[in-house]
Design a protein around this ligand. Sequence first.
Ligand code: FUL
Length: 480
Amino acid sequence: MKKLSLLLVATALAACTAQVPAPEPVYPIPAEKQVKWQQMETYAFIHFGLNTFNDMEWGYGDTDPKTFNPTHLDAEQWARTFVEAGMKGVILTAKHHDGFCLWPTDLTDYNISHSSYKDGKGDVVGELAAACKKYGLKFGVYLSPWDRNRADYGEPSYVEYYHAQLQDLLTRYGDLFEIWFDGANGGDGYYGGARERRNIDRRNYYNFPKAWAMVEALQPHAICFSDAGPGCRWVGNERGIAGTTNWSFLRAAEVYPGYPNMDELNVGHPDGDAWIAAECDVSIRPGWFYHESEDDKVKTADDLTELYYKSVGRNGTLLLNFPVNKEGLISKTDSLNAVHFHQRIQQELSQNLLEGTKVEASEVRGRDFNASQVTDGDFDSYWATSDGVSAGSLTFTFKEPTALSKVLLQEYIPLGQRVKSFTVEVQKGGAWQSLEVGEETTTIGYKRILRFPEVSAEALRITFTDSRGPLCISEVGAYK
Ligand code: FUL
């Protein structure tokens, strides 16, 4: 009898301490560079070019390059603003739809060397690349496929030109983290004087697979943005808002740049076979380019905070655009609001109230995957359940009733996005009650943040009710 109980104890101990292998991935899974990209969370966009000086959003392609004349351009001022606003990188419109190039290039005359800026000796792409290097920011470029200046737009030769421009940008400015392939094509343009409407086959004309292969070969750490990835996808609106359900997958064979189903892009394809997470692009002003008439329409720190929770807080990244002004600077209101926004987020999410609480899991895969991993602040350690266990709960008990108004959840996405539904409950007066979070609690992904009216809780319970495989939860936080 004694022997048997000893044996039982020994087996139980072995089960607790034995090294259990990590869960198998549940495909699709992200490439390492896609995980690193998502961990950037917020980064800046800059729309700057001839439009800035001509009060336009979509230049026709015939605007005089001489009108490009920033008087106090200072790319370091942009970079400093982004650093202070907590942003990890910046993407610049090296060429927008009007075809004007912000870098000196032999491929076209329609470029900065024919402008008034620095008597034609300027290079905004190079100046920003250098500022990013100095201030520790990542750098990326937007190279519009649609080009309203080029006479041969619509011909095969234009596509060669476009790929040559891409090659130029990929090889001249050091490491890039993201290349932006825009999906717009409004049809009409200057086109070398033809002044007509030209429609192309969006799916095939630009030979995007070749462009993406060039990026892979020349900038292996960069990811490609488009409506359809392959690195990351458009979130389906320009308001910066991800779906409350947001899968980081798409069915790769169905999607392409210009893919018209924005609702699908907003939530992803739950049965997708390619990892293509959502990027939420939005401008700090109504327009993408600078317009004096919008000086009093800059999004406030409150507006931006709201956007953060609806983008980063819904498994997306936030790409916040700054329309650089005619002086060549980010306007004061824009930079102040962005910095205050960052300070707000830092303050709201600074103190994880679950640190040091007692945490119990419904089930644990093994020692290396125990429940305490979810409050250790380390994304790379996670709580996991055993094979075959795709539901479970985590209960955090506070030492004393604690006021909460936010819950943050993170899945360990290198092994896939798994959770399909979950519930959040708080214990009050010994009884559990479900928390009204005002939005569906389906997916989590890299990060999900829920906000709710402040509640005083003795304990917090997250129940993962359905998942595509064993649970892998990196972090759980609660904040006031
Ligand atoms: C769109 C463009 O048409 C806008 O001008 C802007 O660049 C936005 C980010 O993407 O497709």
